[in-house]
Design a protein around this ligand. Structure first.
Ligand code: DSN
Length: 439
């Protein structure tokens, strides 16, 4: 079997070195478990759009207002993507040009704020994102960020804590008078309800931005409440649960459209990546189908099964569980010596790909960490269900327990390969395959 990582295999063969690397990565994605919560397997249609001649075109500006000639077709591509984004999320305006989620967030801040303005956002080690004002991010050099976090962990199984501390958000809003409140996270396993954020923002006259990067697909598929129409601006990425190409987008009210568009271009970016914009258009249409609604529900079910399996192995779940596409685990009660870094590395060697992550108030550094973040979005796309998730949880625990025993790790690696072989993410990219259906 020859595995390929592109629908354009024959043409890529003209560069055997790159072709070989793409093939190797296709093998890696197909023979190991992809549990990084921010990753997914796009459809072949998305791959084809991103690999199209649209990459050749310069189109600085917006449909009907470009700085270069020859944009008749590109205008239609971008209009289609904007229309589909608005229809999918019920938004008044969409900007589909941000190259990434970080760019979308920066552009939103630039549109809504003056340098030095105060922003209230979630702290990185509590689940927030670098662009939510981490000292390592340029955002914290331009604007004055104040951080909120989670409630303390508790031993009460009925109220395990580690959920957004809305009392703290309200108190900080009152004392700090932010111009903007940011809701949203990258390592938070619970639903984020936009309503309490709106109430708090209104109580102090602040604007509300919702960073929807992680749960965009869950919202699009109806599994989570939508912040569109509640938040003033919603930023998102298209490549996580939304299952499109790598990139960002911004949704907003019509009265903010001009400010948002100007902030993206010319404020932050130059020429848009219209091949990626076409890929975004494809994924927005895919996310409007009944099959995608079923997918979003399946992601939540699968992540719960993964969480339950890990808990049964004695691994502590931050906030006691999950109701989205990710699980955040605290390794310390399982093995006080085991760091997130070591766990990630040993799991990687056994074919289980995930990322180490700080847990709330982590005593270890962000490079070492005491936790892991796991997601079920990608393997759900490949067709796995709750039974496979339970098996994955058991494999993870076995691997971590026997991390010093090469033979045991080899056995885990073989079982992982067997599991992956039954759920190929791209059966249509194997030579001789026909059609575009997943297995
Ligand atoms: N790197 C992304 C994630 O993994 O959540 C966020 O930017």
């Amino acid at each position: 079997m020859r595995r390929s990582g592109t629908p354009f295999d024959a043409w890529l063969a003209d560069d055997p070195e790159v072709a070989d690397l793409v093939g190797q990565e296709a093998d890696r994605q197909s023979t190991t478990l992809q549990l990084i919560a921010s990753e997914n397997f796009t459809s072949p249609a998305v791959l084809a759009a991103v690999g199209s001649v649209l990459t050749n075109k310069y189109s600085e500006g917006y449909p009907g207002r470009r700085y270069y000639g020859g944009n008749r077709v590109i205008d239609e591509v971008e209009e289609l993507a904007r229309r589909r984004a608005c229809a999918l999320f019920g938004a008044e305006h969409a900007n589909v040009q941000p190259h990434a989620g970080a760019n979308a967030n920066l552009a939103a801040y630039q549109a809504l704020l003056q340098p030095g303005d105060t922003v209230l956002a979630m702290r990185l080690d509590q689940g927030g994102h670098l662009t939510h004002g981490s000292p390592a991010s340029i955002t914290s050099h331009i604007w004055r960020f104040v951080a909120y976090g989670l409630t303390p962990a508790s031993d009460d199984p009925e109220a395990p804590g580690e959920v957004i501390d809305f009392d703290q958000v309200a108190a900080l809003a009152k004392t700090e008078r932010p111009k903007l409140i940011v809701a949203g996270a990258t390592a938070y396993p619970r639903v984020i309800d936009p309503e309490p954020f709106r109430e708090i923002a209104d109580s102090v006259g602040a604007l509300l931005m919702f960073d929807l990067a992680h749960p965009a697909g869950l919202v699009a598929g109806g599994a989570h409440p939508s912040p569109v129409g509640i938040a003033d601006v919603v930023t998102l990425t298209t490549h996580k649960t939304l299952r499109g190409p790598r990139g960002g987008a911004i949704l907003c009210r019509a009265d903010l459209a001009k400010a948002i568009d100007s902030a993206v271009f010319p404020g932050l970016q130059g020429g848009p990546l219209e091949h990626v914009v076409a890929g975004k258009a494809v994924c927005f249409a895919e996310a409007m189908t009944p099959a995608f609604r079923a997918y979003a529900a399946a992601v939540v079910d699968n992540t719960r099964a993964l969480a339950a399996g890990l808990a049964a192995e004695g691994i502590r779940l931050v906030s006691g569980g999950t109701d989205n596409h990710l699980v955040l685990v605290d390794l310390r009660p399982f093995d006080a010596e085991l760091t997130g870094k070591e766990a990630q590395e040993v799991l990687d060697r056994s074919g289980i790909t995930l990322n180490r992550n700080t847990i709330p108030d982590d005593p270890r550094s962000a490079f070492v960490t005491s936790g892991l973040r796991l997601g079920a979005a990608a393997e759900t796309t490949a067709g796995m269900g709750p039974g496979e998730m339970a098996r994955i949880a058991a494999l993870i625990a076995r691997c971590l327990r026997s991390r010093a025993e090469e033979e045991a790790l080899g056995a885990v690696r073989r079982e992982v390969a067997e599991l992956c072989a039954a759920f190929p993410p791209y059966p249509m990219l194997v030579s001789g395959a026909t059609g575009t259906e997943r297995g």
